[in-house]
Write a protein that binds this ligand. Structure first.
Ligand code: APR
Length: 250
């Protein structure tokens, strides 16, 4: 299944980077965003097939109706609590253990990479398990969910919000700079379970490609990156990644 030149390349000590998206968590039972058809894992189409991102995942939406946005993320947080990492997440933990230089960049806010045991994770879009004040940025571990209104910050009284990046918001600078640096200096760039349509994350693979890195795409369907990738494995990351780990690192 895996070309011998790719296997020997990975057996060297290349600098590896992997960018993951919602497709990696699909086999855990979480919905992706843009899958047009019900997926086997969640049995449902992508979230954006049912919900409008402009009404739920933007600062304007939060200003317009904070309770609606808060409840939607509370619902997603419960969905995340109800699932576990799948073999794709664990295979990436194995790669981190076996490859001397490996950085995992994720667009996912579901915390499943960390839950699986990944250490070297750059969270580009935040983490749904974290909650902070929309005004003073104070993080809080506890908040009252059973209120008619959005819980408030104990420091400044501002509204609490999930620590995720909404459409139109800047990505966390340190994470993004580290992700760009890693992508520009890697030898092999894996793009896994992402439709590759959301910037700036979608440009990282091209930055790596333009710097001569070998691009490997693992995705259930073709994406804008597919024509540029040296190796393309169309299918489920939860099946392909464990096989790759076995083929390369035995
Ligand atoms: N294995 C591999 N790929 C899969 C699997 C699977 N089991 N299931 C679905 N996919 C693929 C889909 O074919 C699709 O191309 O994963 C991709 C998921 O794409 P999106 O739903 O667009 O998710 P993502 O790329 O992570 O979205 C990027 O957009 O909505 C925002 O902030 C949100 O981080 C998210 C960003």
């Amino acid at each position: 299944m895996f070309p011998s030149d790719l296997v020997s390349l990975l057996r060297g000590t290349p600098k590896l980077v992997a960018l993951t998206g919602a497709g990696v968590s699909q086999e855990s039972g979480l919905r992706t965003f843009r899958d047009s058809h019900p997926s086997p894992g969640s049995g449902q189409a992508g979230l954006w097939a049912q919900y409008k991102p402009t009404e739920l995942a933007s600062p304007e939406a939060f200003a317009r109706d904070p309770k609606l946005v808060w409840d939607w993320y509370a619902w997603r947080r419960e969905a995340v609590k109800g699932v576990r990492p799948n073999p794709g997440h664990y295979a990436l933990v194995e790669i981190e253990k076996r490859a001397p230089q490996f950085i995992l960049i994720t667009q996912n806010v579901d915390n499943l990479h960390r839950f699986a045991g990944s250490q070297n994770v750059l969270e580009l879009h935040g983490n749904i398990q974290r909650v902070r004040c929309a005004d003073c940025y104070t993080f809080t571990e506890t908040w009252d969910d059973d209120t008619e209104t959005v819980p408030r910050c104990k420091e400044c009284g501002g509204l609490l919000r999930p620590d995720v990046v909404w459409f139109g918001e800047a990505l966390p600078r340190a994470q993004l700079e580290a992700a760009v640096e890693a992508s520009r200096s890697c030898d092999v760039f894996f793009s896994i379970g992402t439709s590759g349509v959301v910037q700036p994350a979608a440009s990282l693979a091209f930055a790596a490609h333009n710097r001569g890195a070998v691009v490997v795409e693992i995705n259930a369907e073709p994406t804008p990156l597919t024509p540029k990738a040296e190796y393309v494995f169309e299918g489920k990351s939860g099946e392909i990644l464990p096989q790759l780990v076995r083929a390369v690192w035995g």
